[in-house]
Design a protein around this ligand. Structure first.
Ligand code: NDP
Length: 325
């Protein structure tokens, strides 16, 4: 029988319950996947608290997993029982032992990437891919700012940006996290709450400031991030770990130097199957080449997901966190 972590109402981690949920047979365009590993992402917290809207309740949380195809719908082509697959940002419902899912949301996993690594990287790694290569395509020689540099997305961004020839300035909350970010390619690491961010960026760049800031922290860092940009720079606000950014008067973008502002999401960048496959393929290649190492630094049994949420929200995790169902 299938077990899942569901919520019946929004709230704290205590709202997450481990319960038996039947798995339907796959519809014609779906497959049934048995999960080998499930990923934890900050977006799971937003759905749990209600910051992001759920289609209905009760709901199984989770946006990312890896596993094996166990049954295939009548109209599915290109996937067979026994194939190893992974997904991210598919319809919510990954915190379970098995589920049905549309076949076109899946990518096949290469042999060199195990389930745990896949569940630790699909969502965070494809995010790093589209941010660095499509939202603002970085160029060798540029200096960029990556907030939460020791986190899941952060450690991948630091390594990948370095491989692309960038100098990375990271922000973190503790000296231990600073050490980790440095070990993964961030050349300069600033401690949030201690360092004056724009002043330190000015020093590091000899006054030039930055072409791009990747900001996943949101409310607490938004204004300081804008102040780190050079004229015509791009503010990529892609998350809200500290809370949602309040409404912005767009005149501020003119006043600070004709800045660009975008609020992207992986869902848009991988909505088309061809984009999903291209994004995943690029990620697989940097991981298989060794340029980007996926650091799964926390592993929990799926039934203990509440504990993992507490650690993530309490800023006690680094790198990626994976659940074993
Ligand atoms: P992380 O592992 O990065 O964890 C979040 C980190 O944010 C914490 O470790 C902490 O690092 C930092 N942080 C800063 N302020 C706070 C705060 N008040 N409360 C909690 N954490 C805080 O998570 P993920 O890698 O899963 O995700 C990173 C961010 O990227 C999230 O905001 C997420 O929503 C966003 N995201 C966006 C996507 C998109 O397409 N738009 C897709 C994937 C992720 P420190 O202690 O060092 O400050």
């Amino acid at each position: 029988m299938n077990h899942a972590i569901r919520i019946h109402e929004h709230g704290g981690p205590e709202k997450m319950v481990w319960e038996e949920v039947p798995v339907p047979a796959p519809k014609p365009d779906e497959v049934l996947v048995r999960h080998g590993a499930v990923g934890l992402n900050y977006i799971d917290v937003y759905f749990r608290t209600g910051l992001y809207k759920l289609p209905s309740l009760p709901a199984t949380l989770g946006m990312e997993a890896a596993g094996v195809v166990e049954a295939v719908g009548s109209e599915v082509s290109g996937l067979m029982v026994g194939d190893r697959v992974a997904y991210a940002m598919a319809p919510i419902g990954a915190y379970c032992q098995a589920r049905t899912i549309k076949a076109d949301r899946l990518v096949k996993l290469p042999d060199g990437i195990d389930d745990k690594t896949a569940a630790g990287m699909m969502l965070q790694g494809m995010t790093a891919q589209y941010l660095l290569r499509r939202t603002y395509p970085v160029k060798a020689g540029e200096t960029i700012l990556v907030h939460a540099a020791a986190g899941g997305v952060g450690l991948i961004m630091c390594q990948w940006a370095k491989q692309l020839g960038c100098t990375v300035i990271g922000t973190v909350s503790t000296p231990e996290k600073a050490e980790l970010a440095r070990a993964h390619g961030a050349e300069h690491v600033l401690i949030s709450g201690q360092d004056d961010l724009p002043a330190r960026v000015k020093e590091i760049t000899n006054g030039a400031m930055l072409p791009v800031v990747y900001d996943s922290v949101g409310k607490d860092t938004f204004m300081a991030s804008l102040d780190c940009l050079a004229p015509l720079g791009m503010m990529v606000s892609y998350g809200n770990a500290s809370g949602a950014v309040p409404p912005v008067d767009i005149g501020i973008l003119a006043a600070k130097g004709s800045l660009f502002l975008t609020r992207p999401t992986l869902a848009t960048y991988t909505a088309k199957h061809a984009d999903l496959v291209a994004t995943a393929t690029d990620l697989f290649s940097v991981v298989l080449s060794g340029a980007v190492k996926i650091e799964v630094n926390q592993t929990y049994a799926l039934k203990d997901a509440a504990e993992a949420h507490r650690a993530l929200e309490g800023r006690r995790t680094t790198g990626s966190t994976v659940f074993i169902p």
